[in-house]
Design a protein around this ligand. Structure first.
Ligand code: CTP
Length: 406
């Protein structure tokens, strides 16, 4: 494991030394890049001593000859090529802005642009800076970018005397995230992952429909994560306001019946099926051709059940791995287990959608993975992209277990 550690300028720069040590303990070879302001907080010699590698500090180091200057000018390309992961900690507001917008005026920012592998960013800053819309917009851009993982700061007492989010996450945790990100590389190569995402819309007439609050974010995060891990991904999506993840085959649908046809049609070519869509359970079987007009009388709508797509997949899945979701407002564990049995899933992802800040529409989620074997993994609140990788980690374990039984 070859990790390029970028150190930004902030009080937390000294913790980057602990991080370098934690990475080495986990078996990584670490090369360090320090920004000019990082060197105001900590000496390059600290990192050189810890990692046993020289520390890169300048884009144009003044050499004794033109040849020296040239080799230092292309050093960022070499650093980008020779390392498997770029980890920036502490990642300042300035670095987030540079990365989000592609500015390249020093060694770290030019290396970032030249780097094609996974990027882990661990921000740290004052709480008001963290909460500023400009910083949050840059973070949102970077969270969406393929291959990027943000390790959010902890909340607590900050060096500036204020309290709130902004403190660099625990260096051991950052090291674990970085090492896991490297280990996950390409472990779904050869798999075709079929994912359903978003809500469905069930028309009542030409202008009205029944739907639900699903944003599709969890399913899109799963598609992005599976693609990053080498899978071919087919994403069957209900109507959502999200950009399609790069490198994913999109199938856009509107109703439960359209989603059923798309999923069952693509099931034969898939090896893993993840049903994260919030499918409407009822629809109007015969939608009127004209808009229904208002009258003074009460109305009632006659609804028929929609096809249960997951249950149908469960009946015909063969040895494919089938993952269902259970969005509940109560009795999550019992309901998830019941759905796993009834719909013949290998795993159910249970989430309580009644909690503020997680679940529907949110960027974060907190889920419980319930496996057929009886194993249960609780995943605390985290960005959906991180949750997606944890779900895929369990799927790769299921795949390995199935291979052992063959
Ligand atoms: N599902 C499906 N087709 C449906 C309804 C649900 O494929 N018509 C799938 C969802 O994609 C999800 C799982 O079934 O993976 C559970 O969905 P959920 O709405 O939680 O459960 P329901 O089976 O609809 O049961 P209930 O509404 O009673 O909770």
């Amino acid at each position: 494991m070859r990790i390029l550690l970028g150190v930004g300028g902030g009080i937390a720069a000294y913790k980057a030394a602990q991080l370098a040590r934690a990475l080495m303990e986990r078996g990584a070879a670490v090369e360090t890049v320090m920004t000019r302001s990082a060197r105001e907080f900590i000496q390059p010699l600290t990192f050189a001593s810890l990692t046993g590698n020289k520390v890169i500090t300048d884009l144009f180091a003044s050499g004794s000859s033109d040849q020296d200057t040239l080799s230092s000018a292309i050093e960022h390309i070499r650093a980008a090529r020779d390392n498997e992961l770029l980890l920036v900690a502490p990642c300042t507001a300035d670095l987030l802005a540079k990365f989000a917008h592609g500015l390249a005026d020093d060694f770290l920012s030019t290396t970032y642009l030249a780097f094609t592998g996974k990027v882990v960013l661990a921000p740290a800053m004052n709480v008001n800076m963290w909460n500023h819309p400009a910083v949050q917009a840059n973070l949102a851009t970077l969270r969406q970018r393929a291959g990027h993982i943000i390790v959010d700061p902890d909340a607590g007492y900050l060096a500036c005397g204020m309290t709130g989010p902004g403190r660099l996450a625990d260096p051991k945790h950052i090291a674990d995230v970085a090492v896991q990100a490297l280990r996950r590389r390409e472990d779904l190569t050869g798999e075709t992952v079929l994912i359903s995402a978003g809500p469905t819309q069930e028309p009542l007439d030409p202008v009205r429909f029944i739907s639900n609050r699903s944003s599709g974010k969890m399913g899109y995060a799963l598609a992005d994560a599976a693609r990053a891990r080498g899978a071919r991904v087919i994403l069957v999506s209900g109507p959502v306001h999200l950009p399609p993840p790069a490198g994913v085959e999109m199938v856009r649908v509107r109703t439960a019946v359209e989603m059923r046809d798309a999923i069952i049609g693509r099931l034969p070519e898939s090896t893993i099926i993840i049903k994260s869509a919030a499918v409407a359970d009822y629809h109007v079987a015969n939608v009127p051709a004209q808009k229904v007009k208002k009258t003074a009388a009460k109305v009632s709508i006659d609804l028929d059940p929609t096809p249960d797509i997951l249950a149908e997949c469960g009946r015909i899945k063969g040895d494919r791995i089938l993952i269902g979701f259970a969005a509940e407002t109560q009795n999550m564990m019992q309901e998830a287990r019941r759905k796993m049995e009834v719909k013949n899933c290998d795993m159910v992802v249970g989430n309580l959608v009644s909690q503020e800040g997680i679940g529907f529409e949110s960027d974060n989620n907190a889920v419980t993975l319930i496996l057929r074997s009886g194993e249960v993994e609780k995943i605390a609140e985290a960005p959906k992209r991180e949750i997606a990788d944890r779900i895929l980690d369990q799927i790769t374990k299921l795949r390995l277990a199935a291979a052992v039984h063959e």
